[in-house]
Design a protein around this ligand. Sequence first.
Ligand code: 13P
Length: 249
Amino acid sequence: MTVWVGTSWKMNKSLAESRDYARGLLAGLATREAGMVQPFVIPPATAIAAVAEILAEDGRVLLGAQNAHWEDSGAWTGELSVPQVADAGARMVEIGHSERREHFGETDETARRKVAATLRHDLIPLLCIGEPTGVKDAGGSTDFILEQAARALDGLGEEQLARVMIAYEPIWAIGEHGRPATVDELEKPFAALGQEYGGRIAGLLYGGSVGLDNAAALLGIQHVDGLFVGRTAWDLKGYLRLIDIAAGR
Ligand code: 13P
């Protein structure tokens, strides 16, 4: 069984820093038994092509984009299309991260269009879902995330669904203001996601304050196929350590 360990760098790293990280990652992987671990890296759009060039030397690390538009081209100032990020070397597109929903007006409907566009071009959609604190406090987490996923994946056949990845990232657990989720808190939502999507999608990941101290426990939750990491993996040493943990070392 594949264990996914991926990182989005969000709005961080210069070109030089991105290249250094990618080179260091290949060097680090060359000295490791990564076993069933599938690493993936999602740099800022400015660095996708440069990182792709380096990662192509090896082929083990999957490369993604943090966002892509649902149209293939046109008058969409400031946007990038799926063919464009594919042209730069991305094979995965992150869709509907809570930061994009909160600050850039993304919705389940824009996520649905982006998932469809990503599949149309044979890239892997990584759909992010997650509930805000208020919903969690009201006991509505599971219903909320199942609804988010259903809306974004509406209309897909089983063959298309089989190429989709989902990252469950509770908003209250993400980022420097987030609180790490406990295993107890995650068991129910993952049971529900597993019941709905287990065996039907390419992978079900957890994200939100993943650290070196909780990664093994999070990977032990039933239906968790991997981790999607921000801060801990922005530092290459942290990322390699997470890969080791996922590989069982
Ligand atoms: P952190 O790991 O920094 O909490 O970020 C998680 C995340 O948003 C990954 O997409």
